[in-house]
Design a protein around this ligand. Structure first.
Ligand SMILES: [Zn+2]
Length: 198
């Protein structure tokens, strides 16, 4: 839920405000004072309270989405924090470089976390929740959902996922820290058993 109060007394209201981080339509407005600060609520980035100069520092590195990820992954009960240049540098330094395979696993974990009960469709929404898996866009998150479907870890319909038994099996491997290579080997063994009629 939005924690930052926006008002015409303190903020410059415009017709189509955009979030400076994800550059998409959101209720994020420039403050009158200090005028470098943008504040508000973005459904993708959460509570936004950020100086435009710090966004300008992250964008040329193509890393603004990592700041969106940091904001979305903050504990919900924490108060909104102002992100300035130092804050951006800290966030970028502390965020690991995740591989495509890492993000696939993260997408599976998030899809599971946003599933009410087994058999239900997940509420993970690629266009809203892509920062949760460190994706740059909804398109990238949709790619992960499609690939999870290709691996039979989820069923997928218009990028909405439903976990399968194989997906739950992979989740238990992720939770027990089993490396991917052994998963591949085990998949091979399972296939071999089928080939041998066992
Ligand atoms: Zn945003």
């Amino acid at each position: 839920m939005p924690k930052i109060q926006i008002s015409p007394e303190t903020h410059i209201f415009i017709d189509t405000p955009r979030c400076p981080l994800c550059a998409l339509t959101a209720s994020v407005y420039r403050r009158k004072e200090p005028s470098d600060l943008f504040e508000g609520w973005c459904e993708r980035c959460g509570d936004v309270c950020i100086t435009i100069s710090s966004v300008d520092a992250a964008r040329p590195q193509n890393k603004a989405h990592l700041v969106s990820a940091w904001l979305r992954r903050r504990p919900a009960d924490e108060p909104a924090a102002i992100i300035n240049n130092d804050g951006i540098q800290r966030i970028l330094k502390d965020t690991p470089e995740y591989s495509v395979l890492d993000k696939l696993d993260m997408a599976l974990v998030k899809i599971s976390g946003m599933t009410g009960e087994p058999g239900e469709r997940s509420t993970f929404d690629v266009s809203r929740d892509y920062p949760l898996v460190y994706a740059r866009s909804g398109n990238e998150a949709a790619f992960y959902v499609r690939q999870l479907a290709a691996l039979d870890y989820v069923k997928e319909d218009s990028a909405i996922a439903q976990l399968t038994a194989k997906g739950y099996l992979r989740l238990s491997d992720i939770q027990s820290g089993e490396p991917r290579v052994s998963l591949c080997l085990r998949g091979h063994v399972v296939r071999s058993f089928h080939e041998w009629g066992l």
